[in-house]
Design a protein around this ligand. Structure first.
Ligand SMILES: [Zn+2]
Length: 244
């Protein structure tokens, strides 16, 4: 165990009010690409001639549903992805009564699959879908039956994923809840995010607890504020800390 991981273990042992804030890097070890990294799909112009950030925006979705659905079903869905040790470690810490909440920017459901109960999904989830006309909800299986526009089996309306597209605001209830957990936390562990995306990244500023820990392989704008920085694979870090 490295010195940094050992120090993190002591911080976790000493606290029963930990909050975890995570980004794409938490899921990359499960085979889900970091959409914003240089190698991620956001940097490539898609086969449709549009920038992926354009396709995944509200206005594009409203105007070009056919391309939106084809693109997102091909590039964003990883139904076979399995949680990794970061997800399992966090679920274990919650089960032990030490971790109060997982706040995630990911939309892949892997925290829930690992057993976490209190997961705040800032950007929603691809595993929940709803009819824009009648509000009926659908699971992922319903959506993946074909690669085109998904329609409601009750009213024929368009069924969209319950995720926050570009140009759309975050769910205020989820956001306020995240602020509450971070403001009240004793230890905040931030992992797998470059903290570049606002307003989610600004949430860190609400923390006024004892220890701010960053687990990330690259430099973040918050490094100077952190009490501990761990530059290691997040799955391996949690495997060591939680004896997985
Ligand atoms: Zn409907």
């Amino acid at each position: 165990m490295s010195k940094a991981v050992d120090e993190l273990k002591k911080i976790i042992d000493d606290s029963d009010n930990i909050v975890f804030f995570g980004g794409a890097g938490v899921s990359t070890e499960s085979g889900i690409p970091d959409f914003r990294s240089e190698k991620g799909i956001y940097s490539a112009v898609s086969e449709y001639g549009y920038n992926p950030e354009t396709i995944l925006s509200h206005s594009f979705f409203m105007r070009n549903k056919e391309i939106f659905f084809k693109y997102y079903k091909k590039n964003l869905l990883y139904p076979d992805a399995k949680p990794n040790n970061a997800h399992y470690g966090l679920a274990k810490l919650e089960n032990m009564g030490k971790l109060k909440a997982v706040i995630t920017q990911n939309i892949d459901d892997l925290h829930q699959k690992a057993g976490s109960k209190n997961v705040l999904e800032l950007h929603g989830t691809l595993y929940r879908n709803y009819c824009m006309k009648c509000g009926k909800t659908f699971d992922l299986d319903y959506v993946t039956k074909d690669d085109g526009i998904t329609l409601c089996d009750s009213c024929g309306g368009v069924v969209r994923p319950d995720v926050v597209l570009y140009e759309e605001g975050l769910d205020q209830g989820v956001l306020m809840s995240a602020v509450k957990y971070i403001s009240n936390a004793d230890v905040l562990i931030v992992g797998g995010t470059s903290l570049a995306v606002y307003p989610a990244a600004g949430l860190i500023n609400y923390f006024k607890g004892r220890k701010l820990v960053l687990i990330n392989k690259s430099v973040t704008p918050y490094d100077s504020k952190a009490d501990l920085i761990v530059n290691e694979n997040i799955g391996e870090v949690f495997a060591q800390i939680c004896d997985l």
